[in-house]
Design a protein around this ligand. Structure first.
Ligand code: NAD
Length: 473
């Protein structure tokens, strides 16, 4: 079994205690991963702190060169990294519409290169006979990154690259469920980045909690669940540590009577079941006008019935397993509640293969707000489809939950759709699509989905503070 090590101050280091990493497709132990001690966390933070003055003094161009070299190096190791992703996360190597490991890996490269190409220029806000006033964007210092298990590498990159580009140094903690791809990435990065610029510590929630209360960490960027986000905010309060919190969602899509169902159905299917539904901004509640409800249900069911769920390494697998037992239990519990309420399972709903954490693509109609499957973030391949007759009811339903990551409206009348979309209480709205993200478009949530944004210039700014430079003449 391959050994994995922490990355501290440019060195690959072991520890005294380890935890097992499981392959969700067959429940086998695939690796032992180091449980970093708090002493090792302190060493990682100290290394990042001492690397900061030199790294932050480089120009954007110099840091960009290193980050571009990093993208090239991980591209050279594509096969190994994608194999690790499938092994620990479960996502198929190929997979439905290429939304598997290749999608995450391709996205990782695209994001590094696009983000590293950006710059934050000083902004002149006054230049007259009295004074010249400029706003400079300065790096914060040591940034702590804490990530979840659904896109281990891609979400890590979303944290690390803007932090490093703007001149910060990083201590990162990947999810204990999926630490391997990131540790391997760290091995590659340590040969390219100066020692201490990127440190990786692995372990469970406690090591994450120790990061959030650490005096020498200036900012935490966290992607994960809402309860953990709230715990982090409390813990960060004592040191006034800055936060970006990308938390859970329960995105609603509203399909209007005039939607082109044949055109929408494949997009609705793809964006509901992307990464087996284990995507923060997947479409998770579908509100459909009664006049097109049956046609859409039929189209989605036909697609679902042509999909195969299985081991991600099998050539014909469209969807892999859920990543862990706890997630499978949640999905099963929500489905059970829906069944007890008399919901109609159009397909799926029964676990037939227990050799891994498999759950079939499942569509559920005859269900309403108030059911657990509608009200709770299901984070799995099960989509509730709710019929409506009045669009005002659908808008109220979309907004009634305490989360607000994304939302969508599906219609051929773009003006009408945009008006409805603007009334949705969420960070991103899509018309005739969902879950589409790109490196230059800010992405973030409102309400219990968190605050702060990632991507684009606004995302870069989250890793800086403004220094106002006032020169008097
Ligand atoms: P999680 O909150 O259980 O864990 C995320 C990370 O936090 C892990 O690394 C974990 O070890 C760490 N952690 C746990 N307790 C901690 C504590 N007290 N202090 C600091 N760190 C702690 O989330 P998860 O189950 O890994 O991921 C699924 C969740 O992530 C879903 O709710 C999903 O919607 C959300 N998510 C959000 C986005 C987004 O951009 N908004 C993206 C992906 C996933």
């Amino acid at each position: 079994m391959k050994e994995f090590n922490l990355i501290i101050n440019g060195e690959s280091v072991g520890t005294t205690d380890y935890f097992d990493v499981i392959n969700p497709a067959d429940k086998s132990v695939i690796a032992r991963c180091p449980k970093a001690t708090t002493v090792q966390l302190n060493e990682a933070v100290a290394a990042a702190k001492s690397a900061f003055p030199t790294w932050s003094a480089l120009t954007y161009e110099e840091r960009r060169d290193r980050l571009m070299q990093l993208a090239d190096a991980i591209e050279d190791n594509a096969e190994e990294l994608m194999t690790l992703l499938t092994k620990e996360q479960g996502k198929p190597t190929k997979g439905f519409a290429d939304l598997g490991a290749g999608f995450e890996f391709g996205g990782t490269l695209a994001w590094i290169r696009a983000t590293a190409s950006m710059t934050l220029e000083p902004q002149v806000i006054q230049d007259n006979d009295t004074a010249h006033i400029e706003l400079h964007r300065k790096p914060l210092g040591v940034v702590g990154s804490i990530t979840p298990w659904n896109y281990p590498l891609l979400i890590g990159i979303w944290h690390i690259i803007p932090a490093l580009l703007t001149g910060n140094t990083v201590v990162m903690k990947p999810s204990e469920m999926t630490p391997l791809t990131v540790l391997r990435f760290g091995e590659i990065a340590k040969d390219i980045l100066p020692a201490g610029v990127l440190n990786i510590v692995t372990g469970e929630g406690e090591i994450g909690a120790a990061m959030t209360s650490h005096q020498e960490i200036q900012k935490i960027v966290f992607t994960g669940s809402t309860p953990t986000g709230k715990a982090i905010m409390k813990s960060a309060a004592d040191n006034l540590t800055r936060l970006t919190l990308e938390l859970g969602g329960n995105d609603a899509g509203i399909v209007l009577a005039d939607a082109d169902i044949a055109a929408c159905a494949p997009k609705i299917f793809a964006t509901s079941f992307i990464n087996n539904g284990q995507t923060c901004a997947a479409l998770k509640r579908l509100y459909v006008h009664e006049s097109v409800h049956d046609e859409l249900c039929e189209a989605l069911t036909n697609m679902a019935n042509s999909m195969k769920t299985g081991n991600g390494f099998d050539e014909d697998t469209d969807f892999g397993p859920l990543q862990n037992q706890e997630q499978l239990n949640i999905v099963k519990a929500l489905a059970k509640d829906a069944k007890e309420r008399g919901a109609n399972f159009l397909c799926g709903g029964d676990v037939t293969d227990e050799s891994g954490y498999f759950y079939p693509i499942t569509l559920v109609s005859n269900i309403n707000d108030g059911a657990r499957l509608v009200d709770e973030e299901q984070f799995g391949p099960i989509l509730p489809i709710i019929k409506f007759s009045d669009v005002e009811e659908a808008i109220d339903s979309a907004n009634r939950l305490q989360v607000g990551l994304g939302g969508s409206v599906w219609s051929q009348n773009i003006e009408k759709a945009q008006k409805i979309a603007s009334r949705l209480e969420c960070g991103t709205v899509w018309i005739n699509n969902h879950a589409m993200i790109q490196p230059d478009a800010p992405f973030g949530g409102v309400k219990d989905s968190g605050f702060g944004v990632e991507f684009g210039e606004a995302g870069l700014k989250e890793f800086t503070f403004i220094q106002t430079v006032q020169t008097f003449k």
